[in-house]
Structure formats: C-alpha cells, structure tokens
Ligand binder design. Structure first.
Ligand code: AMP
Length: 207
C-alpha cells in the first residue's frame, strides 16, 4: 500500500505515519527527517538546504524529487510506504503520479490557529524521533529513551508563520488536485493522535 499523508505543518502527519508504520509494517518516508539528517551529517544537500529550512522556505522541487526517487527504490519500499511531507507542490505531486501509483492521499484537516498552537508546543526527541506536545503535559525528557527533548529551529514563531504561508500558497492547491484524481480522503485532526488514528485506520482497512 502506498500512502501519502498530507496536511499543514504540525497537523500530525509524523505521528500518524508512525502509528500506520507500526500497524501495517510500512516504512515512513519523512522528507523533513531526510533533510534534517543531511544537515546533521553536513552532506552537500544538507549544507545547501540548511538555511532554506531555517527560514521556513520550501526546498527546490528538483532536489526533493531526486531524494524521493532514490528512497522509494530501496528494498524496504517494495511492498509500499508512507510519504510524510511529500509532495508539497503541484510539480512534486505530478511527478509522483508519473513515477508510481498511489493508493490513497489522507488529508489531515486542522485549523490554522491550531497548527500554530501545536507547532509552538511541539518538542521532539533527538534520539528516537518521538513527538510530544508540551501543552497537554509538560515534559522535558523522552518517556521512551530519556533523552532531553528539543524544539525544532523551524518551530519558532516567525518561521512557523512563514511555513504556514508557504503551505497555504504552495501546498493547499494539492487538495483539489488529489480530489480530482479521486485519491483524497479527509480526516479531521482530533485532540490526540490515537483518536485521529481511528479514522485513518478505518480508511486504510478498506483499501
Ligand atoms: P517537515 O519536517 O515535513 O515539517 O519539513 C521541514 C522542512 O523541510 C520544511 O519546512 C521544508 O523546508 C523542508 N521540506 C520537507 N519536505 C519538503 C518537500 N516535499 N518540498 C520542499 N521542502 C520540503
């Protein structure tokens, strides 16, 4: 099964991807994680995208397309995958449908006010990648592995606002694009990832 998770920044794509991955045994392909890993390792791509990401801009399509083409050809993707954070532009979406067949695009619908609130209270574990929302429960260290949680540089208020603007102008048109292709299924983002996952799961069990 090939799944695209689509939604605004902080809509919960990463948390849903992890839940799907655990139950359905599919790899999560987070383009944000791939880029951050490149930055950490200071690869050519990493050096090029660092300031783009820190400003809340989108990385150019040609780079993203190359990353995805390479990743989905890896062995662990032969039975499918979950795309988390790709595509984000019409160009990327059109290319994706040219190189593969997607079974479903799950759009996580959440208000922009909520997105801003969540992004500001999001913390991540740098060791295992677990995502936390500290507005529900204040926590400094990861429950699972004990590492000290961090805030992503691009989750600071000015950058978040810029990312939301980019989402509205560049990414939101994809909703109509995928609807016309009859691939779109919408779920409303609930209070907790587990609650949202109930709707996601229902959709996936019918595919
Ligand atoms: P994310 O972790 O998905 O929120 O992505 C973090 C940042 O990585 C984004 O704000 C973009 O700068 C960049 N990025 C991730 N995926 C893409 C993509 N498909 N196209 C362009 N830029 C991307």
């Amino acid at each position: 099964m090939k799944i695209v998770l689509f939604g605004a920044p902080s809509s919960g794509k990463g948390s849903q991807a992890k839940l799907i991955s655990n139950e359905f045994g599919l790899p999560q392909i987070s383009t944000g994680d791939i880029l951050r890993d490149n930055i950490q390792r200071q690869t050519e791509i990493g050096k090029f995208v660092e300031s783009i990401i820190n400003r809340g801009e989108l990385v150019p399509d040609n780079i993203m397309i190359e990353i995805i083409k390479e990743r989905i050809n890896e062995e662990d993707c032969k039975n499918g995958y979950i795309l988390d954070g790709f595509p984000r532009t019409l160009e990327q979406a059109k290319m994706l449908l040219k190189i593969t067949n997607i079974d479903v695009v799950i759009y996580i619908d959440v208000s922009i006010i909520e997105v801003e609130r969540r992004a500001l209270s999001r913390r991540i574990c740098p060791a295992c990648g677990k995502i936390y929302n500290i507005s529900n429960k204040f926590i400094e260290n990861c429950d699972d592995c004990g590492a000290k949680l961090i805030q992503r540089d691009d989750d600071k208020i000015d950058v978040i606002r810029h990312r939301i603007e980019k989402y509205l102008s560049q990414s939101e048109p994809l909703i109509e694009f995928f609807r016309k292709k009859k691939l779109l299924k919408t779920v409303f983002s609930a209070e907790s990832p587990e609650e949202t996952y109930k709707s996601v799961r229902k959709i996936l069990l019918k595919i």
